[in-house]
Structures are given as structure tokens and as C-alpha cells.
Design a protein around this ligand. Sequence first.
Ligand SMILES: [Zn+2]
Length: 154
Amino acid sequence: MEDWKSRYATAIICMDGAFTGGVRKIMKAIHGVLYVDIISQPGIVKVLAENINFPKLELIKEMIEISVVGHSSRAIAIAAHHNCLKNPAPKEKQLKQLRWAMENVKKMIDNLNLGHLDIKYTLLWINERGLPEEVHISTNRCPFSRELVFNATT
Ligand SMILES: [Zn+2]
């Protein structure tokens, strides 16, 4: 266990500006960090889940390395959102994509020889009201989400 606290967390999220603010706030609230590195591509959860667009995946991996190594981030959020232009799949499918996206991010972390670090993952769904819901994977591997209650002023 690490007894220091990083000032940075990481958020992997679509470029859609209507949803990035909520993710930044919730990561600050959950992890007590000052800054949240935003790793962004249109429909990034789909890119990560499908795992076929190698130029984009390499760029995402490079950004993760800078955030985790350079900024000592130990908390990574992966967020999907309502009404995504690049990923118009319904919520149910996007929650499944989130799980695959997390698996592939963990593989990237291993690939970067960072697998020994104690990194916390948060999966988020940003709903039609712009509010974050934390996504959990149940024992039957079915994802579900629950709205987070937090003080938006922190
Ligand atoms: Zn989007």
C-alpha cells in the first residue's frame, strides 16, 4: 500500500463537452485529487472495447502512461455517456462496453509494466441529466449503474 496521495486522477472519456465536467467533479470528490487528466477521443469507450483501432489505442496508451507515470495517478475513471454521437448504442450495451474497455485498459497498464501499481478503477455512466452513475459488475457479470450522490461544489 502507498501512504502518499497523488494530486492527479485520470479520466478516460468521450470528447463531448457536455459530460466531461461531471466526470472531473466526481473524480475529485471520490479521490480527493486536485487535478483530473482527461484522456479523450470521440466514442473512446467503443474504441477501447472493440480494441481494433491501433493508432488510437496507441495514443490512448501513451496518454495513460503520462498520467500514471508522470503524474502518479492511481485512479482511473472510464466513462460512457447518454446520447453519444460516435457511440449511439443504448445504455445497456454501453455498460457492457465499459467492462471490456476496463479489461483492455488493464492490459495496457500491464503492457507498460505498471501492473504492480495499486490503481483504482471507476466505471461511470453519465446519464441524460448529465449526472454520473457508478457502474458495477454483478456476480453474473451483468453491469448495472447507480446514481452517485455527491457535493458538486467540492
Ligand atoms: Zn460521446
